[in-house]
Design a protein around this ligand. Structure first.
Ligand code: C2O
Ligand code: CU
Length: 475
């Protein structure tokens, strides 16, 4: 409820100023609903600090952090005209949506970036229910860090909310991490910082939930709520706990999992988790969402505040979400086997790596802004990492030879986690982004059922920009 009333307020405030925000394209040809990317401001830091200049998305009025929630039902179209009012080219990627290739927004592979002042029409079907997000996919390490990200929710055709032993309400919580200076302005002079890129990326110092530092989230005592948690940070892996709320995981990256108790929800950049929580009946009980910023100390990032009349607690085990009917099951009898070897970064580096057709040592690579490689190639955009036939099952063995974790994302597909050697992944989960720890090996499999050229990269966005980037082709 909190973020809905806030957005209504912002819209109302813009209307009071008498500002009109009409699509700049010809008004006659009833254009798609606009999604505008433009500079804006947001009160990210606590009250008393100045508002932060950001880049943000808007469907009407001024841009908001996070971007406006886009909501459709599975099988429906998402239709938006991106209008670029930024000082840089941009493109929108619809993260996790198994989309047609031309609509994937993966500049420069699937479309040319949209220059300032121009627009691009996105129109695609969202086939699978779940929790997703959209974000800039050009200079993401800067544009996402400046605020260009928002939630995209695909509702199921079959009802779940309000059904027996399901939740009665849902709440989208967009978690982000900002690098702010003492005046709450975004630190702007270190976008290409190779030192951060060679470590764990551009780490922030301010965590926000729905664009605010430490918000109060109103809850009824006794109510069962579905939280849609989204990590839109460019680098921060977020270990989260919600003590006393008997949290149960029901979906990962949009895809349902059999409900299971979770103590720590580990949310890497770009990952989502749907979690059911039960508010205690006693309104005096203090409950909160806690995050480990990396030093083992749990800090509150949002408070769940009991308000209003208690609701009768929902009885019984949490109702599972309806299964997807749309995802083909990998055929593991004779898959196409591929490997993904991750090398580079501080402390380990790599011996020789190809960049733009030339073999270079680590020093020369670094002078070209590259400190990471996939299969011995840094930022390999010239040729695909592999090609596969439409409908073929691909078995991908990933090995992380660096000392940092990575969040590996495949565009256009969801994959099944088959095995793990470390602690970050659970076999059987179906995801679009997977965390892989230092020296971990992981096997995944997916059916290449979506034709086109699909990016495969690390979602720590400064790792992506400094080498952990490639693509595969399905034809
Ligand atoms: Cu969410 Cu290629 O990204
Ligand atoms: Cu990485």
């Amino acid at each position: 409820m909190t973020n809905i009333s806030r957005r209504t307020f912002l819209t109302g405030a813009a209307a009071l100023c008498g500002t009109t925000f009409l699509p700049r394209s010809t008004l006659a040809d009833t254009a798609l609903p606009v999604l505008r990317a433009a500079p804006s401001t947001a009160q990210l830091a606590p009250a008393g600090y100045p508002a932060t200049p950001v880049w943000a998305y808007a469907t009407e009025g001024a841009g908001v952090i996070p971007g406006p929630e886009i909501r459709v039902t599975a099988g429906e179209r998402v239709r938006h005209r991106l209008v670029n009012d930024l000082p840089q080219p941009t493109a929108v990627h619809w993260h996790g949506i198994r989309i047609s290739n031309a609509m994937d927004g993966a500049a420069p592979l699937t479309q040319a970036p949209v220059p300032p002042g121009e627009s691009f029409d996105y129109d695609f079907v969202a086939p699978d229910p779940g929790t997703y997000w959209y974000h800039s996919h050009d200079r993401g390490f800067e544009q996402v860090a400046r605020g260009l990200a928002g939630p995209l929710i695909v509702e199921d055709n079959d009802p779940w909310l309000g059904e027996p032993s399901a939740a009665t309400r849902e709440l989208t919580l967009v978690l982000d991490d900002w690098l702010l200076d003492a005046d709450a302005a975004i630190v702007e002079d270190r976008w290409d910082d190779l030192h951060a890129a060679a470590h764990d990326g551009r780490m922030g110092n301010t965590v926000t939930v729905n664009g605010r530092a430490y918000p109060d989230l109103d809850m009824r005592p006794g109510e069962r709520v579905r939280l849609r948690l989204i990590n839109t940070a460019t680098a921060r892996v977020m270990p989260l706990v919600m003590p006393g709320l008997s949290s149960r995981l029901i979906a990962l990256d949009g895809h349902p999992v059999p409900p299971r108790d979770v103590e720590t929800i580990l949310l890497g950049p770009a990952q989502r988790a749907d979690v059911v929580m039960d508010m205690p009946l006693d309104p005096e009980t203090e409950t909160a969402l806690l995050l480990d910023p990396g030093n083992g100390e749990w800090v509150d990032v949002a408070a769940f505040v009991a308000t209003g009349e208690p609701l009768a607690p929902v009885e019984g085990e949490v109702r599972p979400l309806p299964a997807w009917s749309t995802l083909p099951v990998p055929d593991l009898s004779d898959p196409q086997r591929e490997v993904l070897l991750m090398e580079g970064g501080a402390m380990r580096g790599m011996l020789e790596t190809r960049y733009r057709g030339e073999v270079m040592d680590f020093r020369k690579l670094a002078s070209n802004g590259m400190v990471w490689a996939f299969n011995g190639v840094a930022h390999g955009m010239d040729a695909p990492m592999f090609r596969t036939a439409l409908g073929r099952t691909v078995h991908l063995e990933m090995t992380n030879r660096s000392v940092f974790p990575h969040a590996i994302h495949l565009h256009g597909h969801h994959f099944e986690v088959l095995t793990r050697s470390g602690a970050l992944n659970t076999p059987g989960d179906v995801r679009d982004t997977v965390l892989i720890g230092a020296d971990e090996t992981l096997e995944i499999a997916f059916v290449a059922d979506n034709p086109g050229q699909w990016m495969l990269h690390c979602h720590m966005l400064s790792h992506q920009a400094s080498g952990m980037m490639g693509w595969f082709e399905v034809a």
